[in-house]
Design a protein around this ligand. Structure first.
Ligand SMILES: Nc1ncnc2c1ncn2[C@@H]1O[C@H](COP(=O)(O)OP(=O)(O)O)[C@@H](O)[C@H]1O
Ligand SMILES: [Mg+2]
Length: 331
């Protein structure tokens, strides 16, 4: 069982690790305190001046994994928060403080999505370019699992079934919900088939963020830098990151704008001849698959039951089959 680190221990560990005195710490602003990590902005005095840094304390393995990825990103020109110090025994990572303005909260956020897509593409490419190096990082941290598509499918099936249950609670009989799920799974297998290199352990594949959050793109010197690289994986379909970015509720993008960004992403991948995505239209089915599961997720989390959820996707072959089931029961 994982236990939570009491925050005072994190500060104590910092004081120890950096050879400070408790009095040297002039302020501690908590930014996150969860089962996963404790993150705080720390101001401390040293001989020359006051300094402000970000302290991240998490489990030893995950802090080291994150710092290995940060270093690889730095070597490959991907903008990240610089590591000031790493104390693996104490589970401490000290990072450059990038400030509080991020892609989710800033005023002109809709206008800056393209910059985030550029970073996303750099990250996806890094998977192909640095595949061997990345695999050894993943392996060193016990994350080098062989991807098991059928196990993954089963897991997704469970998650999505629960979401569908929740969303359409009293609407359809279970047999119909299962049909919807079956169609979702068909979309996933189709997407996996079209992106075979994303699911095979030994073939270079894009590096996926997997849990992209717009607030992890922090604006610093008028450029975005990315933080929190703990969720990265070499297995999966890159569309998931694009969906998490373009469909985030902080942006209210029109379908035209989303289409423009999807094409922007796709064209850049094509022009770099990193052909891990086969066919623009097939790419979009993968996008729609993740979009659907993401929307199901959002609706369940926000408890907003949205009966019109699917109408947005009419015209997409498998979605139309789902819509038919929905319509039959709405009539
Ligand atoms: N280098 C940084 N500069 C500024 N803020 C940061 C930095 N690192 C983390 N934060 C803030 O702390 C929060 C939690 O850090 P994060 O690395 O995302 O931890 P977790 O893995 O628990 O999500 C971030 O969402 C962000 O607001
Ligand atoms: Mg985070």
């Amino acid at each position: 069982m994982r236990t939570k680190y009491p925050k005072f221990q994190a500060i104590e560990a910092l004081v120890d690790a950096m050879h400070l005195k408790t009095d040297d710490i002039t302020s501690v602003t908590e930014l996150r305190d969860s089962m996963r990590s404790f993150v705080a902005r720390i101001r401390y005095k040293n001989c020359t001046s006051d300094r402000q840094v970000i302290l991240k304390r998490a489990f030893t393995g995950s802090i080291e994994f994150e710092s290995d990825i940060i270093r690889l990103f730095e070597r490959n020109g991907i903008d990240v928060a610089k590591i000031i110090a790493l104390y693996p025994e104490a589970g401490l990572l000290i990072l450059e403080d990038l400030g509080d303005i991020n892609l989710e909260s800033m005023d002109s956020r809709e206008n800056r999505i393209q910059e985030a897509i550029d970073i996303l593409i750099q990250i996806h490419f890094a998977g192909i370019r640095c595949f061997d190096e990345l695999r050894s990082i993943f392996r060193a941290h016990g994350r080098d699992r062989k991807f098991d598509l059928s196990g993954y499918n089963k897991q997704l099936a469970m998650i999505n079934l629960n979401r569908i249950q929740d969303l359409f609670r009293n609407k359809f009989p279970n047999s119909e919900k299962r049909k919807i799920l079956e169609l979702l799974l068909q979309m996933l297998s189709f997407t996996a088939e079209k992106n075979p290199n994303c699911y095979q352990a030994d073939i270079p594949s894009p590096l996926i963020i997997n849990d992209l959050k717009p607030h992890h793109f922090i604006l610093h010197d008028n450029r975005f830098k990315i933080i929190d690289l703990e969720t990265l994986t070499l297995f999966g379909i890159p569309q998931i990151d694009l969906v998490h970015l373009l469909e985030h509720p902080a942006f209210q993008l029109s379908s035209e704008i989303k289409e423009k960004y999807i094409n922007y992403y796709y064209d850049k991948i094509l022009s770099a001849r990193m052909d891990f995505l086969k066919g623009r239209e097939d790419f979009k089915i993968g996008y729609v698959y993740y979009l659907l599961t993401y929307k199901l997720f959002i609706s369940c989390v926000s408890r907003k039951k949205s009966p019109n959820l699917l109408n947005e996707f009419s015209g997409v072959p498998l979605i139309d089959d789902i819509l038919q089931i929905v319509k039959k029961h709405e009539a």
